[in-house]
Write a protein that binds this ligand. Structure first.
Ligand code: FE2
Length: 418
């Protein structure tokens, strides 16, 4: 009797198209993947619980083979941890009085040329003895430990524009190409703008006093010039992604596989709505990691879009794994006013502590994204369109150097005119 009753109900559903369509919709809804429980600010307890849950569900995960051709272990000066360094003299290059005089002379020389700032280059900003030192330091970025700090430009002796010229001039010896960060602007300001810009415009932590989690920027080399430090906090932290790679390759090769497969990067309402690409590449015997966590979790005015594919549980775990490995092996750089920090953005990721400004001490950095065409690593195919847009689309003589901070259009809240 029961079987007959079930058959009758089934026939009834089959004959009622609206009912069967609704049933199908419910089935799809029940199965549709949803965004994992993960926020911009990493939560160690959630990370631990997610790892435990995933390993309980599939104990074979740590036995996953590495992707084809990927190394078991990277051996290079780029593999380091913060505790390897005992003294900041190991990475801080202090400018001598003669170098500062050369920089001052180069500024006067460039001014005398009466050219737009886009024309700043090694040719127009001559540094006879400092230039070769900077050229050598560029090798440290590409085949040494991947970072160094120049100390210190006397920023209070110069106007904002003069500081920008000095910064771009000195940096042109480290990387001959400057990227447009918000075309045609070649310089970006890193400063808390929450007191002056509308809240709905701020979609990236660089414009707040928040802790910034481990991430990379876009491009080959990041330079940060400290016009002023915060009254409290704001330590810049860097960490070797090659060190993180080695640890994951040894303990959780499945997460290396996850990182090397396509991820849905949020376009935050732009076109396309999202793009798919790996976060980790292995090319020309180099591991390259390129990602920002906010593209998968959202941040303030740019929350994760709900109409694009969510990330997976494996991807959520991999994001946290990268961040916590970054923290575990980080090196805190004791930024001083007038310092310029240079890092290889392909093998070193960075973060910064939350900070407190006062009217007298307001943290303010100027950022450049550079490329050294002689020493540059090969760019993975998936990143080429971005690199082309950054470095090879806007001619350098059209570059601008805005002297006041604004929120970059790429990280501005949706539909906000500003
Ligand atoms: Fe950054």
């Amino acid at each position: 009797m029961a079987a007959v009753a079930v058959q009758q109900v089934t026939d009834l559903l089959k004959n009622d198209s609206s009912l069967s369509q609704r049933t199908a919709e419910l089935t799809v809804e029940a199965k549709a993947p949803t965004q994992p429980d993960i926020e911009y600010h990493p939560d160690a307890a959630k990370y631990k619980a997610r790892t435990a849950r995933r390993l309980a569900e599939d104990p074979s995960l740590p036995s996953t083979p590495l992707p084809e051709g990927f190394p078991k272990k990277l051996e290079s000066p780029l593999v380091w941890q913060g505790s390897d360094f005992k003294d900041e003299k190991e990475w801080v290059y202090v400018l001598a009085p003669a170098h500062l005089k050369e920089i001052d002379d180069a500024l006067k020389h460039f001014r005398g040329l009466e050219k737009p700032l886009g024309h700043i280059s090694a040719a127009t900003f001559p540094l006879p003895t400092l230039g070769p030192v900077l050229t050598d330091l560029a090798h440290v970025l590409h085949s040494g430990r991947g970072f160094f700090v120049l100390r210190a430009i006397p920023v209070d002796s110069y106007t904002r524009e003069e500081n920008a010229i000095i910064y771009a001039g000195v940096s042109s010896y480290v990387g001959n190409l400057r990227a447009v960060q918000d075309a045609p602007a070649a310089v970006a300001h890193i400063k808390d703008l929450t007191q002056t810009a509308p809240a709905q415009t701020i979609g990236a932590p660089g414009y707040t006093t928040d802790k910034q989690v481990f991430h990379t920027d876009t491009g080959d080399i990041i330079a940060l010039f400290t016009l002023e430090t915060a009254a409290e906090g704001g330590t810049s932290r860097i960490s070797s992604t090659w060190k993180a790679y080695n640890e994951l390759a040894e303990t959780r090769p499945d997460l290396i596989k996850t990182l090397s497969e396509p991820w849905p990067l949020d376009g935050f309402g732009g076109t396309p709505a999202y793009t798919l690409r790996p976060l980790l590449f292995y090319l020309d015997e180099k591991v390259i990691i390129q990602y920002a966590r906010r593209l998968f979790t959202g941040y303030r005015a740019l929350p994760r879009s709900s109409d694009i594919p969510p990330i997976t549980e494996a991807q959520a775990e991999a994001l946290d794994a990268l961040h916590f490995l970054g923290e575990k092996y980080n090196l805190g750089l004791n930024f001083q006013k007038g310092d310029i920090q240079y890092i290889n953005n392909l093998s070193v990721f960075h973060a910064r502590d939350a900070f407190v400004d006062t009217p007298e001490k307001t943290r303010h950095l100027l950022r450049l994204w550079l490329r050294n065409e002689k020493l540059a690593w090969k760019t993975p195919t998936e990143l080429e369109p971005n690199w082309k847009r950054l470095y090879y689309t806007t001619p350098s003589d059209e570059h601008t150097f805005p002297l006041e901070p604004t929120v970059r259009s790429a990280v501005r809240g949706k539909g906000v005119k500003y």
